[in-house]
Design a protein around this ligand. Structure first.
Ligand SMILES: [Fe+2]
Length: 242
């Protein structure tokens, strides 16, 4: 952050680390090519981020393996070095909780981040998982710490608070998308993210950057009154990942 905040033109990120994005070119629905990837990274760097842990999708729609992800990551890292862009970039993945994921889990073929071996996973937006309790148990048994991506986006959880509290008591950490406070997704998602913030249930904040529209909203979110509230009511772990 600027030493003289009143001189800075735009508000900046209050955390140095982002841990959810789709910046590896051409392997999921994020950055389509290297140019767009670099453009998004420069934009995040300008917002004050010092470290980006990028998390390509692993799902039946995006059949990435650890190998394809690491290969894409190496190419991106080489390009950043070539262009002399200084930013710390790491890689993990965002796992969709399906049978393929369970198979990867049993082989421990999982890309994680941080000393706690944080495992970022997502659920179906519309259909509740058939046995989330067992899945969380299996993730923990395999030695990982489950981090649920954008808990505010699952429609079947919108009218509950108990379900969220129950998930947290099972040891699931929550990563909210910052753009949810900017009403990027829907008013229900915004209401839900407000609730999670007020109840102090948030552990990580993420950009979930796929494209330019996301970074545009992200920039706006830093000026949103709710942004300050996140830090007031929650212990945010992003910068433990520096
Ligand atoms: Fe994502």
């Amino acid at each position: 952050m600027s030493f003289f905040p009143f001189f800075s033109k735009e508000k900046q990120s209050l955390v140095d680390v982002d841990l959810h994005s789709h910046l590896i070119p051409g392997i999921d629905d994020g950055a389509k090519d290297m140019e767009r990837s670099i453009e998004l990274i420069l934009s995040l760097k300008e917002m004050g981020y010092k470290k980006l842990i990028t998390t390509p999708h692993v799902s039946d729609m995006f059949l990435n393996s650890s190998e394809t992800i690491l290969k894409g990551y190496q190419a991106l890292k080489a390009e950043l070095t070539h262009r002399k862009i200084e930013i710390d970039i790491e890689v993990a993945a965002e796992y969709y909780a399906d049978e393929h994921f369970e198979a990867l889990l049993s082989k421990k073929d999982i890309l994680t981040f941080g000393k706690e071996k944080y495992l970022l996973f997502e659920l179906s937006y519309f259909t509740p998982h058939h046995d989330l309790e067992s899945l969380v148990y299996d993730i923990k048994l395999a030695g990982y710490t489950p981090v649920l991506a954008h808990p505010e986006r699952y429609v079947y959880l919108h009218d509950t608070i108990d379900e969220y509290i129950n998930l947290k008591s099972m040891g699931v950490l929550f990563q909210i998308n910052l753009n949810a406070i900017e009403n990027y997704y829907s008013s229900e998602v915004t209401q839900t993210v407000k609730k999670l913030i007020a109840y102090g249930l948030v552990d990580f904040i993420g950009s979930d950057t796929h494209h330019r529209r996301h970074t545009k909203f992200l920039k706006e979110s830093f000026s949103n009154a709710l942004y300050q509230k996140i830090f007031k009511h929650n212990t945010i772990l992003n910068d433990t990942l520096l």
